[in-house]
Design a protein around this ligand. Structure first.
Ligand SMILES: *Cc1c(COP(=O)(O)O)cnc(C)c1O
Length: 361
């Protein structure tokens, strides 16, 4: 099999080039405005994104900051437990521990998301919240999680870092939780050109977060609490306002690729991702399972196709969180067998090539 095409995993620059003139104009307008922090571009983006998700939006410096601040805003900290899927991204667990709280890991279901029955079993009298991570762009079972949280009087926090625009029963992810967190890291569906994040919540909580992210200052030089410097800057805000206009286009493009993969990949050694009922996934990652994952990755690489692994080491197996201990066989199996295929700004020719190669594996 000769090498016939190079397929990069994340050709980020293509997205810029598609609307280059608009990004360049937005960038220059900020440079020329002389206003770089907490000006009108951030206010405008917060308004647009809040309306899009359905809540009050506060821009912050990253997805990790959003998570930490979300728990702090709910007064969740030392001695409190937060339930999260064991196969989530490490930043999810880090957001919990940075707020001082204790993560309680539970196994995921067949959709890579938190298993509601496992979450129920993990509730104790210390549980204060469930963190619903919509992994790979597919919404969690929000009916089950809402009900569980209501039953025990605990908070529902959403991590929508991979799910901008995804819906559950027609409702946006980020509109279910008491507090919802977003990341605008460049590779996310709504990605900026640097670090950035946002929180979507109710007006009262949003007001607390606006103060906290800016040194605990509601009014210049009056600091009512020990806060943080965790602001979204004007440049990212202006660029994100442009990209938000094209989020639907970006998500449609990913869905188009995912459909091609779902229809085209026919190989007994490969397990395709399953889609939960009543959800619209935004396919942040297209993740297949296969026993000889590293072998498949090498086979693809030899044919010019870049793949990635999300994620090879689950948090409880990392140096940072090995103290949590525990055994999570489903999570560990996913970590050993998962492989992410190119699913970004790829052409039909590139995707057809990936399908042909994977079918020949
Ligand atoms: C990317 C990501 C984060 C962290 O966002 P940063 O902006 O990189 O800090 C948190 N949770 C999930 C699920 C993510 O994918």
């Amino acid at each position: 099999m000769g090498r016939v095409m190079d397929v990069p995993f994340l050709p980020l620059k293509r997205q810029y080039e598609q609307h280059k003139n608009e990004y360049d104009a937005a960038l220059l307008s900020v440079m020329e405005s002389g206003q770089y922090i907490l000006g009108e571009r951030t206010a405008a983006f917060e308004k647009e994104f809040g309306e899009y998700i359905g809540g009050m939006c506060v821009g912050v410096s990253s997805g990790l900051s959003a998570l930490e601040i979300a728990f702090r805003a709910l007064n969740i900290g030392e001695g409190d437990e937060v339930i999260v899927a064991a196969n989530a991204y490490i930043a999810c667990v880090m957001g919990i521990t940075r707020a001082g709280a204790t993560p309680v890991l539970v196994e995921p279901n067949a959709y890579f998301n938190i298993d509601v029955r496992e979450a129920r079993k993990a509730v104790t009298d210390k549980t204060r919240a469930i963190l619903a991570v919509h992994l790979y762009g597919q919404p969690c079972d929000m009916t089950g999680l809402k009900q569980l949280c209501a039953e025990y009087g605990i908070y529902l926090v959403e991590d929508c870092a991979q799910s901008h625009g995804a819906t559950f029963n027609g409702k946006q992810t980020g509109s279910f939780g008491d507090v919802s967190c977003f990341s605008f890291y460049p590779t996310k569906n709504l990605g900026g050109f640097g670090d950035g994040g946002a929180i979507v919540t109710d007006e009262r909580t949003a007001q607390w977060i606006r103060t906290y992210r800016n040194y605990g200052s509601e009014k210049k030089y009056y600091n009512s609490m020990i806060g943080d410097n965790a602001r979204l800057d004007e440049l990212q805000s202006a660029l994100l306002s442009v990209k938000l206009k094209y989020l639907k286009e970006i998500n449609n493009g990913k869905e188009h690729i995912a459909k091609r993969y779902l229809d085209g990949i026919k190989n007994g050694k490969i397990t395709l991702p399953r889609v939960f009922g009543n959800v619209l996934s935004v396919w942040h990652q297209f993740v297949v399972l296969t026993d000889d994952r590293d072998g498949l990755a090498e086979y693809m690489k030899a044919r010019g196709i870049d793949t990635a692994v999300h994620y090879p080491i689950p948090p409880h197996k990392s140096g940072a969180y090995s103290y949590l201990g525990g055994s999570y066989p489903i999570t560990e199996r996913y970590a050993k067998t998962c492989l992410s295929l190119p699913c970004f700004c790829h052409t039909d020719d590139e995707i057809d090539y990936v399908i042909d190669m994977i079918n020949g594996y």
